[in-house]
Design a protein around this ligand. Structure first.
Ligand code: GDD
Ligand code: MN
Length: 372
């Protein structure tokens, strides 16, 4: 009898909607965003998942402080991993709700449009509903400056060239879709950079039915944008990766891009040294060393950003990188010479040598210098 009287555990059905909020240094926006969501989603069963990359400003602590008294809020703190898109992927895959909606954590997206996005997906009218600044009634006045407008418009044009569906605002970071649709596409996602919507649309095995819903993009109140040169390069690398249908590893594409910068640096420095009176072997030597240092810095901050070397390990890494590239250079000359002797064709021989070198440098860099 006593056991029967024991109170049944307070089990309530989970949320229907998960709002995935990628965050980095958004401590000032967590409270206001939760309050705004409560107003916008009143009457619905929702949760907000704040995915924070261990921000130094205490964003995760702010989320936990609210979550202790509000079970609709939960935090996912990632350590040693950075990136908007990968944060969204981990947040969406941690949800067991029917619908996931993605929005920024800085109050720039208009939460009052969430209902329309969710209803469009729930009604089956589309696979993915996008909050768009570029349809009738939308506006992107919140973009910081003219440069951001140019950047955004340029990115839109680039993305539209590859997208299987017509979309006015593929750069939007505000959209909703079924969680099982997200989970089905997730294994194919590149997950780099900022452009998770473009990644979803280009990675989906079948073209997704898209509906654009007019949305405003407000000016940022607290904190600052994290969109930098690296994010732009990651966007180009994402498009290249999708263009190559994932055959060419994204990191190899980035490594090869950095290699091209290295060739340019080598030529430039060699010419400067010659202009300052150095003879060719010395000028080429200086050019090669400077190019190696520039490549190492770019690879450490871009290609291998998620495995970035710091402090003493960075110095060792540079020395090892120079050894690896020197062996690569030797292989380059050796193979080029061999091909030239067989074909008597300069360009083919030179390209063959360069290819061997970049593949060798990449393989060694990924396994020895920037070990997983
Ligand atoms: N977890 C995590 N990790 N979150 C991040 C990271 C990161 O490395 N970088 C940025 N975020 C979070 C920010 O904290 C913010 O909540 C959201 O992602 C958007 O970042 P912003 O830095 O504010 O981007 P933006 O305003 O310049 O650009 C946004 O709007 C554009 C237009 O819609 C982004 O959503 C872009 O993707 C979008 O194109
Ligand atoms: Mn923003």
């Amino acid at each position: 009898m006593a056991a029967a009287a024991e109170k049944a555990p307070d089990v309530r059905a989970g949320p229907d909607i998960s709002i995935i909020v990628p965050c980095y240094n958004e401590v000032g926006n967590v409270g206001p965003l939760v309050a705004a969501l409560a107003r916008a989603l009143d009457g619905r069963r929702w949760e907000a998942i704040f995915v924070d990359d261990n921000s130094p400003d205490g964003t995760t602590a702010a989320v936990h402080a609210i979550a202790r008294t509000d079970s609709r809020v939960r935090g996912l703190c990632r350590i040693g991993r950075r990136g908007l898109s990968s944060a969204v992927i981990e947040g969406a895959l941690s949800s067991s709700a029917q619908i996931v909606a993605v929005m920024d954590g800085d109050m720039q997206h208009d939460e009052s449009r969430l209902g329309a996005l969710i209803d469009a997906v729930q009604s089956g009218a589309c696979d993915i509903a996008v909050g768009s600044r570029h349809v009738e009634g939308g506006d992107n006045s919140g973009l910081a400056n003219a440069w951001r407008h140019t950047l955004s418009d340029g990115g839109i044009k680039l993305a539209q060239m590859l997208l299987p569906v017509r979309l006015g605002d593929p750069m939007s970071g505000f959209f909703a879709l079924r969680q099982d649709t997200f989970a089905r596409i997730a294994p194919h996602l590149s997950g780099t950079g900022f452009k998770i919507l473009v990644d979803l649309l280009l990675s989906s095995p079948q073209p997704l039915q898209v509906q654009e819903i007019a949305c405003g993009f407000r000016a940022r109140v607290a904190g600052e944008s994290k969109l930098d040169a690296l994010v732009m390069l990651q966007f180009v690398a994402l498009l290249l990766d999708k263009l190559c249908r994932g055959w060419l590893p994204l990191r190899f594409v980035a490594f090869a891009l950095v290699g091209v910068v290295g060739i340019g640096t080598n030529l430039l420095v060699m010419q400067c040294a010659r202009a300052l009176g150095a003879d060719f072997p010395l000028a080429q030597g200086i050019g090669t060393v400077v190019a190696m240092i520039v490549n190492f810095q770019l690879d450490n901050n871009f290609t291998y950003r998620d495995r970035r070397l710091r402090g003493v390990r960075c110095v060792w890494g540079l020395l090892l990188f120079m050894v690896v590239c020197s062996v690569g250079a030797l292989a380059n000359v050796g193979v080029a010479d061999m091909v030239y002797n067989q074909s008597r064709a300069f360009n083919e021989a030179s390209v063959a040598g360069a290819l061997i070198a970049v593949v060798w440098n990449y393989a060694m860099s990924s396994t020895i210098i920037w070990r997983p």
